[in-house]
Design a protein around this ligand. Structure first.
Ligand code: AMP
Length: 215
């Protein structure tokens, strides 16, 4: 089963995708993670993407389509994938169609997480992750049980994304509204779009998503 998770930044796409990876053995394909890895490694893609990402804008379709296509070719993607943060534009949605047709693969579900943007700003600007294992935390909603120590792996270093500040978050939301939400009709005609309330607890969101995947 292959799925696209849509929703503005902070809607919970990454959280739900990593849960599906653990529970269903699917593969999470996050173009944001791929781009952050490229920035950290200082590759040509990373150098081209860094400033755009820090401003909250969208990296060029050519770059993103290229990295996603390469990633889709890796054998583990055949087990079923979750696209998290891709496609984000009409051009990307069309490119994805072409890639999948060439591979004889299809998208089974497009799930849009519905959220309140003002609440998202608080969600995003408070979030941080364990630098070692990636476990997610939040200044208000989920602090480590023992101060400054990761619940999952015991590490004591944490990191915050450079683009998780209010100005950039508002820009990322504007990009979502202007360029990404309009691609939903692209999938609507195929009868594969479902909407989930993303403002309830993580477990409740998970239950709604599971009901869609299992029906
Ligand atoms: P994310 O982790 O999905 O929130 O992405 C972080 C940033 O990476 C975005 O604000 C964009 O600058 C860039 N990015 C990630 N995925 C894409 C994409 N599919 N198209 C264009 N830019 C992207």
């Amino acid at each position: 089963m292959n799925l696209i998770l849509l929703g503005p930044p902070g809607a919970g796409k990454g959280t739900q995708a990593s849960r599906l990876v653990k529970q269903r053995g699917m593969v999470q394909l996050s173009t944001g993670d791929m781009l952050r890895a490229a920035v950290a490694a200082g590759t040509p893609v990373g150098l081209a993407a860094k400033a755009v990402m820090e401003s909250g804008g969208l990296v060029s379709d050519d770059i993103v389509n290229g990295i996603l296509s390469e990633r889709l070719d890796q054998p583990d993607a055949r087990a079923g994938f979750i696209l998290d943060g891709y496609p984000r534009t009409d051009v990307q949605a069309n490119a994805l169609d072409a890639m999948l047709t060439a591979k004889g693969v299809q998208i089974d579900h497009v799930i849009e997480l519905l959220v309140d943007e003002d609440a998202l700003v608080e969600r995003i600007t408070g979030r941080f992750t364990c630098a070692k294992c990636g476990e997610g935390y939040h200044d208000r909603f989920k602090l480590p049980k023992v101060a400054d120590t990761c619940d999952a792996c015991g590490a004591t270093e944490f990191k915050r994304r450079a683009d998780d500040n209010e100005t950039t978050v508002r820009q990322r939301m504007a990009e979502y509204r202007a360029k990404t939400a309009p691609i939903i009709p692209h999938y609507e005609g195929r009868g594969i779009v479902a909407r989930v309330d993303g403002m309830v607890s993580m477990d409740a969101v998970a239950a709604s998503i599971d009901a869609i995947l299992d029906r």
